[in-house]
Design a protein around this ligand. Structure first.
Ligand SMILES: C[S@@+](CC[C@H](N)C(=O)[O-])C[C@H]1O[C@@H](n2cnc3c(N)ncnc32)[C@H](O)[C@@H]1O
Length: 469
């Protein structure tokens, strides 16, 4: 016996807001909220629910009675299928409005934060082609469009080089043109695919775990350098070198051509040997005369221009006079630490990834910075009383944790040592709000500034300055 379809249909609903995870919001006649993925605030739609929870529904707009004036025609041909730029159909100013609203909402509702005057969110000058790093996956089972399926034809070309279909680990959407990374990113990706097909180099099959080509990573930098890394699963030296030579010949502007042979189950390269085939094994990014060496495994903020803005705000909020001992928690490759170093007495960076700390030390040395020190380890284990005794009591803590926010022991440790000022940089204002609530007894939020690093998505960065009460 088939399961009863519990999905509901609602007609003529006005979409009233956009909320968490980028979904738009309407109210059902029973008063519950409906989260809708394919509508913009201001649209009037019929909705088919796809999921029912105690407090809300999830659904899809099936018919549009009228379109919102917040809509814009998405420039990308892959828009409706690709999960990458979910807000491409919304005018950029409105994207910014909803991002700012989300941050304020989280800080006030989840963090119970008493907010100072909120300055407007800092939008990105470039709203397309702003990313400096993209990763594409190869697959021999390309995602088929509705038209292809309905045509009933036998489809021979199933090779794809592109992005995972949201929620489907084994299906890749073939990408012809992506609007996220500047040239020659699209050219390189399309040529790599064409060369591989022409020379019969097999694409990866996720289910059967076979095939040669696995992933392609392209990194570009503001200095004009380009890194290309091809990850192979099975290896065939002759074919591998043929492909790499074709790419090098076609794109002489590539300054770093590398590869990995990775026959393990997952395709992360962090525990793999990266082999440099042509050029250098790194590229450089530059900011205010500081140079940051980036290798294939290095973390670097993916929107370089907005990262510069974010770091300037962070430095400004830190209010340094040259006398302060600063801790830069979750320092990554030490970019913030080096960016503020000339304004502080000393900066101490802590980070879990050993390679990042190695880069941080090397970059600081190459930049002639002598007042930074970097330490590796899990924050809650490294950032202890003994560490403070050894390295000194911080006047200012800058913290830039991953999406999960700070571990509660790290927050407790900050409360234990009570620095005068904290600058909290966050890519997830919900976890930031949770941590601010824990700090509230001792700290007052004096400044807050949202920064848009990822136009066309619902993601937003937020910087908060906290002063001791
Ligand atoms: C958002 S990034 C910040 C990077 C850096 N501030 C920047 O702007 O380039 C967060 C960093 O926290 C590190 N991290 C994550 N969990 C950690 C932990 N438990 N202990 C220490 N570092 C951690 C990550 O490796 C990553 O480099």
């Amino acid at each position: 016996m088939g399961r009863k379809n519990r999905n509901k249909e609602f007609t003529n609903l006005e979409v009233i807001d956009a909320g968490a995870k980028g979904k738009s919001i309407a109210k059902a006649p029973d008063g519950k909220v409906i989260f809708i993925g394919n509508a913009v605030p201001g649209d009037v739609v019929d909705v088919q629910t796809t999921r029912k929870k105690r407090a809300y529904y999830e659904g899809t707009a099936t018919k549009f009675h009228s379109y919102s004036d917040k809509r814009v025609e998405p420039p990308c041909i892959h828009f409706s299928v690709c999960g990458g730029c979910k807000w491409q159909f919304m005018v950029y100013e409105h994207q910014l409005h909803y991002k700012q609203k989300e941050v304020i909402n989280n800080l006030q509702r989840l963090g119970k934060v008493e907010l100072p005057e909120v300055t407007p969110i800092l939008g990105s000058k470039e709203i397309y082609f702003y990313r400096n790093k993209m990763e594409f996956s190869f697959s021999d089972s390309r995602w088929l469009t509705q038209e292809e399926i309905q045509s009933g034809k036998d489809i021979e070309d199933r090779n794809a080089l592109g992005f995972h279909i949201p929620g489907m680990w084994d299906k890749i959407l073939d990408i012809e043109e992506c609007h996220l990374q500047q040239a020659p990113s699209n050219g390189i990706r399309n040529k790599v695919k064409a060369f591989a097909i022409k020379n019969d180099i097999s694409f990866f099959n996720t289910r059967e775990q076979k095939g040669m080509l696995r992933t392609l990573m392209i990194r570009t930098s503001s200095t004009g350098e380009i890194m290309v890394l091809i990850q192979f699963y099975e290896d065939d030296k002759e074919k591998r070198e043929l492909l790499l030579d074709l790419v090098a010949e076609e794109f002489p502007e590539i300054t770093s051509l590398q590869y990995v042979i990775n026959s393990k189950g997952n395709d992360t390269i962090y525990d793999q040997e990266v082999i440099c085939y042509k050029g250098r094994d790194h590229i450089f990014e530059e900011m205010e005369g500081l140079k940051f060496k980036i290798n294939a495994k290095s973390f670097y903020q993916t929107n370089s221009a907005q990262a510069y803005e974010l770091y300037k705000i962070t430095r400004d909020f830190a209010g340094l006079t040259g006398d302060e001992l600063v801790y830069d928690l979750y320092t990554g490759t030490g970019t913030i630490a080096q960016f503020v170093a000339s304004k502080a007495k000393k900066v101490i960076g802590v980070e879990a990834v050993p390679e990042a700390i190695k880069d941080a030390k090397e970059n600081a040395r190459n930049n002639g910075i002598e007042n930074t020190e970097f330490y590796v380890g899990d924050m809650k284990k490294v950032f202890t009383n003994d560490f403070i005794v050894m390295h000194g009591h911080p006047d200012v803590i800058i913290t830039d944790p991953p999406r999960d926010g700070m571990h509660k022991d790290v927050v407790a440790q900050i409360i234990g040592i009570l620095p005068q000022r904290i600058v909290y940089v966050s890519c997830n204002s919900a976890t930031q709000a949770r941590d601010l609530a824990l700090l509230d007894e001792h700290y007052k939020v004096t400044r807050t500034q949202a920064v848009d690093m990822f136009p066309q998505t619902f993601h937003v960065e937020n910087v908060v300055c906290l002063e001791r009460r």
